[in-house]
Design a protein around this ligand. Structure first.
Ligand code: MRU
Length: 349
């Protein structure tokens, strides 16, 4: 997460009355910040990907619930209204579990108390969610750095960096931390069709951090692997099932299949809040489907497909646990079979 006064990803406004975000839909061409004060603007910002990335939307919603809680009239029914608002915000995007995880934490902070008692608790909880995420991203970055060495070529897909989480991000955290420690990585970022999070956001972040980053079309990754230019793949994720199946941006599975074929290790990075032990396998993960226009029109001066053509635009896919070399969390690194290693690491036995 960018946290300087010059640029930041998401924060609570100084007066505590709004969630402030950088509008990621405008990057890299324009750096513009938005002040979100209502449930509708928060919903729109998440659904419209102005704030995006699993941990960042969890933090935005946590701050948002504190902001909205202050607006609820103090005439009884405080908790019921907070619950309604939480469910409304959860419905903005279905795949990333961090969203409902943050809402659940905020609701339990406010449980069984009226507005007056709940507000300081909610304030504390949203800041805890934010500060914990910073520490978690740092720990993930440290753990991930043990998997690579100076000079390595790393392929990444979508954006799992400072714009998607706190501090260093998850999938890009080790690269940013490594840079600070003098590592010289050669990072290849898939442009990530159709919304170009790799081209617009990852390239923006890594370029700014002074990391050697090369933008490629998604379809160029296989050829680079064959040429021996990729030593590891680093991706974030939106939900990990108990068996290790991991949902991430559409196209991630293709990267993993290619990596397996070429013998390149494929690493998934996530905070524990992204692991959903209630979800047995990837088959239980709801995949968000988005508008056809994202494929046929967005980012193009003219339509690039015939009017009315049938489109299928899933925003995420699920990478099978067998294709994942390791899942890197703040607690440590889990290896296949994940049903056992995740349960052991997170005490779910
Ligand atoms: O649709 P997006 O841009 O929210 O998708 C984001 C991703 O797929 C990220 O890789 C994921 O949320 C991990 S972010 C640390």
């Amino acid at each position: 997460m960018f946290t300087s006064t010059e640029i930041f990803t998401v924060r609570l406004s100084e007066d505590g009355q709004a969630v402030e975000i950088i509008d990621q839909t405008l990057l890299p061409n324009e750096v513009k910040f938005l002040r979100l004060e209502t449930a509708e603007t928060l919903y729109e910002a998440i659904f419209g990907l102005r704030v995006r990335g699993a941990p960042a939307i969890g933090i935005a919603v946590a701050f948002g619930m504190y902001v909205l809680a202050q607006q609820i009239p103090d005439n009884g029914g405080f908790y019921a209204e907070l619950l309604r608002l939480g469910n409304y915000l959860i419905s903005s995007r279905p795949t990333a579990v961090n969203l409902s995880h943050a809402v659940k934490r905020m609701l339990s902070a406010a449980a069984e108390c009226g507005k007056e008692a709940a507000l300081p608790r909610l304030y504390e909880e949203c800041n805890a969610i934010y500060n914990e995420d910073r520490a978690i991203c740092r720990a993930i970055a440290e753990n991930g750095l043990t998997l690579v060495k100076d000079g390595d070529g790393i392929l990444t897909h979508c954006n799992a960096g400072a714009l998607a989480a706190s501090e260093y991000g998850t999938g890009l955290g080790s690269l940013l931390l490594g840079k600070e420690r003098g590592y010289d990585f050669h990072v290849y970022t898939d442009e990530t069709r159709p919304l170009l999070q790799g081209a617009r956001l990852t390239a923006f972040e890594l370029f700014r951090a002074g990391i050697d980053v090369t933008l490629i079309c998604d379809s160029a990754a296989s050829m680079l692997m064959r040429a021996g230019r990729i030593n590891a793949c680093f991706v974030g994720c939106d939900r990990v099932a108990a068996n290790g199946d991991a949902a991430n941006k559409i196209g991630t599975r293709s990267v993993a299949v290619n990596a397996k074929y070429h013998g390149v290790p494929f690493y998934v990075f996530c905070p524990s809040s992204t692991i959903d032990f209630d979800c047995g396998s990837g088959a239980d993960i709801v995949i968000e489907e988005r508008a056809s226009e994202e494929i046929t029109e967005k980012f193009f001066a003219e339509r690039i497909a015939p009017e009315g053509v049938k489109c299928f635009n899933p925003a995420f896919d699920v990478t099978d646990a067998e294709l994942i070399t390791a899942i890197v969390t703040e607690r440590g690194i889990c290896r296949y079979p994940y049903t056992k290693s995740l349960a052991e690491m997170f005490g779910r036995n």
